[in-house]
Write a protein that binds this ligand. Structure first.
Ligand SMILES: C[C@@H](O)C(=O)SC[C@H](NC(=O)CC[C@H](N)C(=O)O)C(=O)NCC(=O)O
Ligand code: NI
Length: 133
């Protein structure tokens, strides 16, 4: 077994694809329309789905906003340099909601950004050892 994808419902598919590809460096892997049920799926990630867990962006044609509620946490992505990534995101007009730095009470360096729908994305500084705290 392996993790295949995480699905996020998005209000503006092109805006979300632009964010995940241009700002976070992912590739658009495939897109599929469902005419009968009026939605489009776009899969984005850092590599082919046969070897990578990806995001499934779901666009419902007749819905232009969502209530994210208070249960969703974040999706975490590892970067070689979260400080440069955050500077680049700010320069591109993105929303860095938590500045890069050590996690409270720990040593792992993290930052948070918000995607166009307000979903939080955690950026984690690449470390040699896998101790993540
Ligand atoms: C391709 C696979 O990874 C899917 O997740 S498609 C599953 C399908 N998705 C939708 O219908 C998305 C639109 C829907 N309005 C929504 O917002 O979730 C799905 O959930 N089908 C239900 C079923 O019972 O087949
Ligand atoms: Ni799915």
């Amino acid at each position: 077994m392996r993790l295949l994808h995480t699905m996020l419902r998005v209000a503006d598919l092109e805006k979300s694809i632009e964010f995940y590809t241009k700002v976070l460096g992912m590739k658009e892997l495939r897109r599929a329309d469902n005419e009968e049920y009026r939605y489009t799926l776009a899969f984005v990630g850092y590599g082919d789905e046969k070897d990578n867990t990806v995001l499934e962006l779901t666009y419902n044609w007749d819905q232009d906003s969502y209530d994210l509620g208070n249960a969703y946490g974040h999706i975490a992505i590892e970067f070689d340099d979260i400080y440069k990534t955050c500077a680049d995101i700010k320069a591109a007009g993105g929303n860095v909601s938590r500045e890069p730095g050590p996690v409270k009470g720990g040593t792992t360096e993290i930052a948070f950004v918000k995607d166009p729908d307000g979903y939080a994305i955690e950026l984690i500084q690449k470390k040699e050892d896998m101790s993540r705290f």
